[in-house]
Design a protein around this ligand. Sequence first.
Ligand code: ADP
Ligand code: MG
Ligand code: ZN
Length: 229
Amino acid sequence: MGLTQMGCIEVVCGSMFSGKTEELMRRLKRAQYAKQKIQVFKPVIDQRYSTDHVQSHDANKILSTPVKTAKEILDRVDDNTRIVGIDEAQFFDDYIVEVAQKLAYRGTRVICAGLDLDFKGQPFGPMPLLLAVAESVTKLSAVCVVCGAPATRSQRLVAQTETIPAENDSNFKEGQVLVGAHDYYEARCRICHEPNAIMTSQPGLFPNQMKSQIQNSSKQNNKNLAEIG
Ligand code: ADP
Ligand code: MG
Ligand code: ZN
């Protein structure tokens, strides 16, 4: 490649467990083979695992910088960085779009991974805007744990149990954010997804009994597949 690189924005989206973080890491690792300097950022809201790594559900890790705001990314990108990875992009404010655009105009390849839909099946935060300005969009699906079809949605299994900072951020609709993985959400297809079927959290009834309550009330009755997950 020549001295100048044309920047671009790539978005990797999909439901929880669809492999967004895996795909982000795959692209970043390939860039490392090409000896291109990468930097990875994620919002501090995502405290599921360690705070200085991006980690997929299958425990692959890559070093990342936690940031509180989108603007902080611009401040922290080094001049010689060729590729900027941003995980959990849905949690940033709309300014993330300007950040991605600025970096891309500067010649940086920006790869954003994030949930396109929240647990209600509604567009999540700045993702629709990012998708619109991106050069490339990859929409991944997980496997619906109820029926086995491709899953495009994230089923929340419990009511809000933790208050986390971004809940107070006016950018998010009330209750939109509950960070967690297997205990709180599962991947479902459009038909099995029940946006309004959130059980009230009860200590001791969490999460497996709730899961079966929800699944029993589900429109799908494929018992064998419902056991998976
Ligand atoms: P995302 O970042 O989209 O939430 P990850 O990249 O962290 O997803 O994890 C994807 C991995 O999650 C898969 O490779 C698989 O091992 C695991 N997984 C767990 N549940 C499911 C599911 N229902 N469908 C597909 N993969 C699943
Ligand atoms: Mg992820
Ligand atoms: Zn399904």
